[in-house]
Write a protein of this length. Structure first.
Length: 474
């Protein structure tokens, strides 16, 4: 049982000024795995003050210093590998193999990439007699969701540190463990006092507190659209810059010349990762009508290769993060059946033998129309909707007929068609066939999937202001 009831403010672990705590539930066992304090406005004010006080020095540190700091963080992060994997598996229910290969590695990737990208990053540019300078934006408030406890925190923190901006982090209250370990890593790595501050708590108090705080200059938020809107509204009152990484309903367009088995594998792998709790999940698989029956047969063949069960075993899917999330996913599966989609795998209820824990069955619907609820709303569970097309233009139209634009996927053989579809999809990140992860590639959404970009140099830019100095002798 983890007792994480202290906040990390100004380089110290401190008691909360309030007395409210919250239990953190292990979703695989439904038992209490730890406890956090629910921070107060006073706790937040202390953290913001610490960050503000750290700003004058940290913002003027050299690029070389910050590269070394990020490299030191990456080294310390590696030393805490086992602790991070244990904590994330416990709080999120993610299977250990996925925790190591996805969650642990993504967090590390962001620190390593930020250090590397910073080496080539130019903070000044000359245009004749004008000097253009990029300067740290000030104090950044970071608000993160529960589905990737190290990825979202690390990409924000790495970019902020690279830019020279001190931060106040409020991680998701459902999965706060990894952030505590990150704070310990930063302490070991020698992050100066006040540069990193962690205040646990609810969105209502600490989240709203961050977005409306007059002493916070920039808010980077990852989470749902509804909360993103609230963050924007609050931030507008002090004309604060915001970056929003929100939801998605991403399409995977399978081309006519695709190898059906490979396509089915790509579709299933993508939709079951992290039990479907992925903002970029390809939840709408758009396939040629003539490949339909073969594709569904291939999906049914592939699915048993992704067993659901105890995250401490060799399973590919663990439970969903919380009971509320389980109920929500069940509701969508019911809705899919009600609205006339055909269930070809999974369905409501828990998988056999998994009565305890928030486990769901990987579920596949076909005969889905793009106006059905399951094709329009983000489910955040392992639920695939299969839609068909006759002409490629129709596939692209279906793919783009969504309020979201976070990611898109194209699977097939012909290079030209792959490129053509990739360029016509309205989304911030397109993956062609099974392209591997690139930490330097910008990440963010079109349309209601967000504002701004994270990862690599694009991520660093978010934490900078641009100053033009005219009349500089050359
Ligand atoms: P959420 O919006 O409920 O919560 C996200 C964070 O915001 C949490 O830390 C929460 O405590 C906080 N919060 C809640 N109310 C707040 C308020 N009024 N002001 C400020 N902060 C507040 O989202 P969630 O359920 O934790 O995460 C799931 C959502 O996140 C999904 O919609 C998913 O698509 C999205 N997401 C997006 C990305 C991306 O990069 N685009 C990545 C992961 C998740």
């Amino acid at each position: 049982m983890r007792n994480y009831t202290k906040h990390y403010i100004n380089g110290e672990w401190v008691e909360s000024s309030g007395s409210e705590t919250m239990d953190v539930i292990n979703p695989a066992t439904e038992e209490v795995a730890g406890r956090i304090s629910l921070g107060t406005q006073e706790d937040l004010d202390r953290a913001v003050k610490a960050a503000r006080d750290a700003f004058p020095h940290f913002s003027t540190t050299s690029k070389e210093y910050r590269i070394e700091l990020l490299e030191k963080i990456a080294e310390e992060y590696k030393k805490r590998k086992d602790d991070l994997i244990e904590a994330i598996t416990e709080e999120l229910g993610s299977p250990v193999g996925i925790t190591e290969n996805v969650h642990y590695k993504m967090g590390l990737g962001h620190f390593e990439t930020a250090a590397e990208q910073l080496k080539a990053f130019e903070f000044t540019e000359r245009r004749g007699g004008t000097l253009i300078k990029k300067e740290p934006i000030g104090v950044s408030g970071l608000i993160t969701p529960w589905n990737f406890p190290t990825n979202q925190t690390s990409t924000k923190i790495a970019s902020a540190f690279a830019a020279g901006s001190p931060v106040v982090l409020k991680p998701a209250e459902l999965t706060p463990f990894a952030a505590v370990i990150l704070a310990e890593i930063f302490e070991e790595a020698g992050v100066p006092k006040g540069v990193f501050n962690l205040v646990n708590g609810t969105g209502e108090t600490v989240g709203n507190g961050i977005s409306s705080h007059p002493d916070i200059d920039f808010v980077s938020f990852t989470g749902s659209g509804a909360v993103g809107q609230k963050v924007s509204e609050n931030a507008a009152k002090t004309i604060k810059k915001v970056a929003l990484e929100l939801g998605g309903k991403s399409p995977m367009v399978v081309l006519e010349d695709a190898d059906v088995k490979k396509a089915a594998k790509a579709a299933v792998t993508n939709v079951v990762l992290n039990s479907g709790q992925v903002c970029t999940a390809a939840t709408r698989t758009i396939i040629p009508k003539k490949l339909h029956d073969d594709f569904i047969a291939a999906v049914q063949e592939v699915l048993p290769g992704y067993p659901v069960g105890d995250p401490n075993g060799p399973n590919m899917l663990g439970p969903l993060v919380a009971e509320k999330q389980w109920d929500r996913v069940q509701g969508y599966i019911e809705k899919g059946v009600e609205e006339g989609a055909t269930l070809v795998a999974g369905g409501t209820g828990k998988p056999d033998g998994l009565e305890k824990g928030y486990y769901v069955k990987p579920t596949v619907f076909t005969d889905v129309k793009n106006d059905m609820t399951i094709a329009r709303e983000e489910i955040f569970g392992p639920v695939m909707s299969v839609l068909t097309y006759e002409e490629l233009d129709e596939a692209v139209a279906i793919a783009n007929d969504t309020v979201y634009g976070l990611a898109g996927y194209v699977v097939g053989e012909d290079e030209e068609t792959l490129q053509d579809v990739a360029s016509r999809l309205q989304a911030g990140r397109i993956t062609v066939n099974n392209a591997k992860m690139d930490f330097t590639a910008p990440f963010g959404g079109y349309k209601q999937s967000g504002v701004g970009r994270e990862w690599g140099d694009y991520g660093i830019e978010e934490y900078l202001e641009v100053k033009a100095v005219l009349g500089m002798p050359s």
